[in-house]
Design a protein around this ligand. Structure first.
Ligand SMILES: [Cu+2]
Length: 341
């Protein structure tokens, strides 16, 4: 599956490359990728950019491999079943170009999430529901974006980054099972990875008159394990997009994003009984997902608000093959504002 997407994206890149324009420019609405893409562009020497993004991700229902599961099936093996999860991520980004070929980028985020859980009441034979929440500063990411090709309306740069484990992996809360004490919240409710992660990647962009396109591939490689004795899976992403500019200030985009990840290695001893819930069991993580999204970019080319950009993107899953039981993604929305000077 993943390999086919890879080939399809490469084919699109080759086909669209044939007659690109003379010089690539960021001075148009689709001069930046759809707003959820990180590190898509580099800047000219001495330029700064600040950005704010807000992402909402909604997960709903359970799945194993490609089949949906009811909570009742999960209760055959576990005492609890996650039902639904919401993540709100506020992201702040700063970019600075030390040269025309090298741009530095730093990204911080604040994450809020909550999960709805069903619990089996053995005595009464009924299901009860509770909710738990966590919030905090996430892992900080620093990148060097090194542009090594800039010709005929096309650019390629390498994304070389590191993720610093700033986000907490000690989030706990009182749940009906632990009352009156607090208990360590499950893996998906933790804010950070707890590990230093290497973030290598590569980005390609091209454009002609009113059309633009791009592709990006990147990996998240965990270095060692965290102080709770586990590490989240390595991840690989491949995404591709096309954009169409309708006016000098508005463009529309379509994007596909394939992601491959695996199970958690090791386990957190704080979860005394991993059979309590699928979210405490290291093997119920990762899988293959493919999402598709539509979006638009607005770019202000002149006047007092020159170089202000606004982007919106809405993303839906097209394929999810999950190591389950695991919650599946329902929808993702991203909004962003950018300003460069
Ligand atoms: Cu920028």
């Amino acid at each position: 599956m993943y390999f086919k997407i890879y080939l399809a994206t490469l084919l699109i890149v080759v086909l669209t490359t044939v007659n690109a324009q003379d010089k690539w420019t960021s001075g148009r609405p689709d001069g930046h990728a759809p707003i959820s893409v990180m590190g898509d562009h580099t800047h000219g020497k001495g330029d700064w950019m600040i950005s704010y993004r807000f992402m909402h991700m909604h997960m709903d229902g359970l799945r194993n491999k490609t089949s949906d599961l009811s909570a009742d099936v999960v209760f055959d093996n576990y005492m609890m079943a996650p039902k639904e999860m919401h993540m709100h991520m506020h992201m702040l980004g700063l970019m600075y170009a030390v040269s025309n070929n090298l741009t530095f980028m730093a990204m911080g985020n604040y994450l809020e999430q909550h999960m709805h859980v069903s619990m089996m009441n053995m005595m009464a034979g009924t299901h009860e529901h509770f909710e738990s929440a966590s919030a905090g500063l996430g892992d900080v990411k620093i990148f060097g974006l090194w542009k090594f090709l800039d010709t005929k309306g096309q650019r390629i740069h390498a994304n070389i980054g590191v993720s610093i484990p700033v986000g907490s992996i000690d989030n706990s809360a009182v749940t009906p099972m632990s009352e009156p004490n607090a208990t360590q919240l499950p893996y998906p409710m933790q804010i950070g990875s707890g590990t230093w992660d290497a973030l290598p990647g590569m980005t390609y962009m091209g454009q002609k008159e009113n059309l633009s396109w791009g592709a990006q591939t990147y990996a998240t490689i965990r270095i060692g394990e965290n102080d709770h004795g586990y590490s989240l899976s390595n991840k690989g992403n491949l995404l591709g997009w096309i954009g169409y500019r309708t006016t000098e200030w508005l463009s529309f985009s379509a994007k596909i994003n394939g992601m491959l990840s695996g199970k958690i290695s090791g386990s957190d001893p704080a979860y005394m009984n991993p059979m309590m819930s699928p979210t405490l069991d290291p093997k119920n993580f990762g899988g293959e997902t493919l999402t598709g999204s539509l979006g638009f970019n607005i770019y202000i080319p002149r006047g007092a608000f020159k170089n202000v950009r606004l982007g919106l993107e809405y993303e839906l899953p097209m394929y999810q093959n999950l190591n389950g039981p695991q919650m599946k993604t329902k929808e993702i929305g991203t909004f962003g504002l950018q300003y460069s000077w």
